[in-house]
Design a protein around this ligand. Sequence first.
Ligand code: GLN
Length: 479
Amino acid sequence: MDLTSLTIPELRRKLSTGAARPREVVDQLAARIAAVDPKLKAYLHLDAEKARAAADSADTTLPLGGVPIAIKDVINVQGDPCTCASKILQGYVAPYDATVITKLREAGAVLFGRTNMDEFAMGSSTENSSWGATRNPWDLDRIPGGSSGGSAAAVGGHEAFAALGTDTGGSIRQPAALCSCVGVKPTYGRVSRYGLVAFASSLDQIGAFTRTVEESALLLEIIAGHDPRDNTSIDRPVPKYTQSLGQGVKGLKLGVPKEYFIEGIDPEIEKSVRAAIDEYRSQGAEIVEVSLPHTKYAVAVYYIIATAECSANLARFDGVRYGKRAQHPKDILDMYGRTRAEGFGAEVKRRIILGTYVLSSGYYDAYYNRAQKVRQMIAEDFRLAFEQCDALLTPTSPTAAFRLGERTQDPLQMYLADIFTIAVNLAGICGVSIPCGFTSGKLPIGLQIIGPKWGEETMFRVAHAFEQATPWHKEKPPI
Ligand code: GLN
């Protein structure tokens, strides 16, 4: 019996009735990884023995009892490496569990493997990993998206049932779209960031990759909630997201923002997303056109705010406390300088330099302050749009997966990969990408469903209604 392609609820039924044992699940997953990961390179680290031991003691009566979950290499799991795919953290071992990890453990999950990513989560293709790029399970010559490309490729490539990732400007939703997964970015403050290595603290959220909407709803139910150790996490009850599924979309108003169907979007993507909108109409949703007039500023604003925050957050990697330290320094400045010069990759350096610049005296008002004001206007666009509708429907990414190397020499082209996802982070609201079709070259296409702050229940309900009526999530990659 092949267990690796089961959904989590299917797997849970087998485990809780004793039809399968948690150790068998780990064994099968490890065998699948041994067979395909040399090609996909989704995992950076896997301690199968440790996972087996955890599986043997798993309580199969718990909601995730015995279910292996892969973790992006930016979230601390005590005793595991946590490199953020950066040379500067080579050899670093996490001294404690992130809150999401504690919650997964309490739910009975088996922590399983560390997934590849763009260095410090900066990128859209996973090519910025210091340990080599991950491939797309649908086409090995193409990127899986990023920055959580390892998590997306692992779930899309059936090397994991589910994985955690992080989304600062699209890093869960965009790779989910490119690898035919469900990927959810919760409302800012919904999930604790304690134990997540910070990139841009006002934008970062942890979320899940799964193969179905129900599984994403289940995982969010488990990892969400207030945490006194993250003072941006909000004290609000966590709804039972899985119970809001199955209600259909009749009577809901779904908004289509006109600014999201722009020049440059691949016509095949537009066609699939328009077909998805028609599907919702035929299910009884009312479709309304809405406008988000400040959308055109989102990428620029993001690359000011995210770089400013990263320049501050990454100051701690100076050779003193964490990871790598340059050898035989002349003096302390030489030690700081060479540690960072040797430890960080090109994109991380570019961001630190940009961020330092926009925060520097004389430029702070012109760039950083102004970007904060425009960020408020972007958030206000969404607030007004949600007065007219319950959720928004957009493409997740303007193109399907591109070829490895195609955009590495052109950072601006790379930045445009997140043009449809970034505004959601700036506004602090929630979004999910679900499979909605394939290009003629059989590359996955994602539909993004955006909800207002704390609108996850409706967002999942809308996502589920489409999934149940369409075959896309059932397709398996050729690998
Ligand atoms: N691709 C965007 C960036 O490079 C978003 C990354 C993310 O969400 N972590 O910053």
